[in-house]
Design a protein around this ligand. Sequence first.
Ligand code: TRP
Length: 328
Amino acid sequence: MARIIFSGMRPTGKLHLGNYLGALENWVKLQEKYKCFFGVVDLHALTTGYDKTEDLKENIKEMLIDWFSAGIDPERSTVLIQSYVPEHAELHLLFSMITPLPWLERNPVLKEQVRDLGLKDNINYGLLGYPVLMASDILIYKANAVPVGEDQVHHVELTREIARRFNNLYKNVFPLPQVKLTKIPRVPGTDGKRMSKTLGNTISISDSPEKIEEKVKTMITDTQKIRLNDPGHPDICVVFTYQEMFNPEQSEEISAGCKSGKLGCVECKKRLAQALINKFDGFREKRIYYEKNPKIIREIVIEGSKQARQVAKQTLDEAKKAMNLDYE
Ligand code: TRP
C-alpha cells in the first residue's frame, strides 16, 4: 500500500532559505516515494494572525508560486488550501470532544508562543486547539508519516494520542502516524541571528541575483579578519556557515584559504553569492512563468482541494459512522 504523507505550511508569503532547506527541498524529494498531500494551513495562520488577515491572499499566492517553482508537482501530489477542505474543520470539532484539556495545556510550543508573543492570560480558544486542528489535517488523509522539524514533534505525538483515543473509544478508523524527522539545518539570518522576516535578515529563494549579491555583501564575517591576509576563523563566521550549506563542494577549500589568510572575505562572499544564484537559477525561471500566469496557480489549487475533499469526505464519514452520527 502506498504510504501517505501530509505536511503543511502556514502561509507566510515568499519563502526564505530556512523554509527551503527546512521543508520545501525535502517535500520535493518525498514525492518520489510517497503519496503526498501538502496543505497551505491558512486556518492555523489565524490562530495567531486573526487580526491581520489583509495579507493572507497575497501570502498564499506567493508561497504557492514558490512551492510549484521549486518542484512540487501537482500531477503527483495533492496541493490544497486547508480552508477549502472544510472536512478538516469538522473533524477538528469531533476531535475536540475527545481531547482532554491537560493535553493541550502542557503543550511546550504553546508555552513558547505565550512567552514570545506576550499572550499571558490572553490565549484564544483556537490557539489552544492548534494541535487538534493539526491532528485533523494529518488524520483526515489517514497519513502514515508526517515530515516535520524538531519543533513540531510534540504536535505529531499528540496526533497519535488523539488517533489512539478515537480508535479505542469507537472503532479503528485512524492510523497512528509517524514523525518523519527532517534534519533542519539552522540557517542563520544574514546578521547571524535567527532568520526571520520580522528581523529583516532573510534571503528569499526568489531574490534576484543582484539582491542576493547585495545581501551577501552586507553579511558580517569574522570581525578579527580585517585585512585580506589576516587568518580567519570559519567556525565563527556566518558566511562560512552558508558556504557549508549552499556551497558544500567548495567549503573545505574555502575554510583552508580563510584560515591561512589566502582567501579574503570579499572573494569568499562572491563565491557564496554565486553558489546561491546558481542553486536557484531554474527556480527563478519557473517563478517568472507563474508570476505572469497566476491563474494557473489558482486552478491547480482549486483542483487539488477538490481532490483532497474526496478523500477527506470518506474519512469524515467513516469517523462519524464510528461515533454513531449517521442517522439513516
Ligand atoms: N504546525 C506546522 C508548522 O508550524 C504547520 C502544520 C499544520 C502542519 N498542520 C500540519 C505540519 C500537519 C505537518 C502536518 O510548521
